[in-house]
Design a protein around this ligand. Sequence first.
Ligand code: TYD
Length: 143
Amino acid sequence: MKSNFLISISTHSNDKLGELSFFESNKDIPFDFKRIYYIYNVPKETKRGYHAHKKLKQVLWCPYGSIEVLLDDGNEKKIYILDSPEKALLVLEGYWREMKWQKKDSVLCVAASDFYDENDYIRDYDEFIGYSKRGDWNNENKF
Ligand code: TYD
């Protein structure tokens, strides 16, 4: 698989006060964030996603619960488990993704490199495979 990575999020721990985790754009994550969104109240075993992005770069993390993320670059599929507030997954452009809620009340947070644009989505798997075969992705920007 090309270049997706699990990132360890820096965390401040205090025995009495708890934990504080943080990351910064263009330092810990190789792009600027323009949009944050989060997905919650999702029943256990639900799968979401089923799309790829043409240009959008994202970082995914699960501050509470456990979420399985399948990434597919058109050749290879790989599964990542987000089961700790200290783990984040970098998902560059050009990856088909499917996310499965493994525990009740799990929350998926996403920081994205651009504003919402439905034209950036590929929601048809055959179309995605066509794109990946032509190598249309602009993913020069390796982390
Ligand atoms: P979508 O990205 O398809 O979510 P998932 O792949 O997890 O099912 O988004 C679901 C709907 O929400 C879709 O109709 C578009 C809308 N949406 C926005 O309007 N703005 C956003 O920033 C996002 C992420 C989604």
